[in-house]
Design a protein around this ligand. Structure first.
Ligand SMILES: N[C@@H](CCC(=O)N[C@@H](CS)C(=O)NCC(=O)O)C(=O)O
Length: 321
């Protein structure tokens, strides 16, 4: 775990001293958008038109944010058009690295062995965290975006029209945009980022605040799903995929490693059934690698789990039935 400071790699854990033990996530810095006509998107600069083979996605199978982008790449039929590389599960002193682990996929494009070298390729004096996902543009030789929330929206619509990519699969329909954004915000704050706020807290007060908000929000989702199949009603949307990648990691990792243990997802009747349905959605299960998920968290966060022992459980076989 580390970060880049003016282009120099520093092996340092998150600083929670200045925030009273709270984990404060920093904002992604590459915020350009691929758009159909190459015009600038809501942020960043223009020039990124959709072309087959032009873009490359760097992910971690462990990471819930990167997993969103892998799911959209698959469900939108973008696999033939956008290449992919997968970092190793273990994140050590050099941050994310590309190796030979089962499930990993080396950087066949730039030939890097460390993810921070990709950031330096885009900006030799970059300062900030080196996170996945990363969407790379082979033509302008830079990072389009390192923000999963933006990348899934580009994948949802900007590439429509390429062979096999259709507008019919639409997880962000205009008429539901307001509703989707309205559920995304609290779910991001209390659940997606909430598990990290709990797990990376270094004071009891910060931990308890995060866990309380997390379970109140899960109870809220449970109630919603007792009335409707998806977060915004009858239609499967972006909001569901954003929540799903946190839910699927919850019982194997967040309950134990991040101490989010008031209840398990398996204890929530409606959320569990919903999560299982999304897991079994065609194409999704192959984007989930429980070996990488468990090994990454339990072995990389030595301040939380110094022995690096990876628990054997829980039994997840019901997801396959
Ligand atoms: N806002 C980013 C967050 C991505 C993120 O934090 N990824 C984690 C992995 S789950 C990461 O790469 N962390 C490395 C670090 O912080 O040093 C997104 O949603 O794309």
């Amino acid at each position: 775990m580390g970060h880049l400071a003016n282009g120099k790699w520093l092996d340092e854990w998150y600083d929670t001293k200045s925030t009273g033990g709270k984990f404060a996530r920093t904002q992604a810095q590459f915020r350009n958008w691929v758009t159909m006509d190459g015009s600038p998107g809501p942020t960043g600069s223009g020039g990124f038109i959709p072309e087959s083979g032009r873009y490359h996605l760097y992910i971690s199978h462990a990471c819930p944010w990167a997993n969103r982008t892998a799911i959209f790449r698959t469900l939108k039929g973008l696999e033939p058009h956008i290449g992919i590389s997968v970092v190793d599960a273990y994140m050590g002193a050099e941050g994310w690295t590309f190796g030979q682990e089962a499930g990993s996929k080396p950087d066949s494009l730039l030939g890097k062995t460390r993810a921070y070298e990709i950031y330096l390729e885009a900006n030799p004096t970059y300062t900030g965290r080196v996170t996945v996902p990363i969407l790379w543009d082979t033509q302008l030789h830079t990072i389009v975006s390192n923000e999963s929330a933006d990348i899934i929206r580009m994948f949802n619509s900007a590439f429509n029209g390429l062979e096999g990519v259709t507008a019919d699969t639409n997880f962000y329909p205009a008429e539901l945009a307001d509703e989707i954004n309205a559920v995304n915000d609290p779910i991001y704050n209390d659940i997606n980022n909430g598990v990290y706020k709990a797990g990376f807290a270094t004071s009891t007060a910060a931990y308890e605040e995060a866990v309380t908000a997390l379970f109140e929000r899960l109870d809220w989702v449970e109630e919603k799903l007792s009335r409707q199949p998806y977060l915004v009603g009858d239609r499967l949307t972006e909001a569901d995929w954003r929540l799903f990648t946190t839910l699927i990691r919850f019982d194997p990792v967040y309950v134990g490693h991040f101490k989010c243990n008031i209840r398990r997802i398996a204890d929530y009747k409606n959320i569990y059934a919903y999560m299982k349905k999304l897991y079994q959605h065609p194409g999704v299960a192959k984007t989930i690698n429980f070996d990488h998920i468990k090994r990454h968290y339990y072995t990389s966060h030595k301040t939380i789990n110094p022995t690096g022992i990876v628990p054997l459980g829980p039994d997840l076989s019901d997801l396959e039935r």
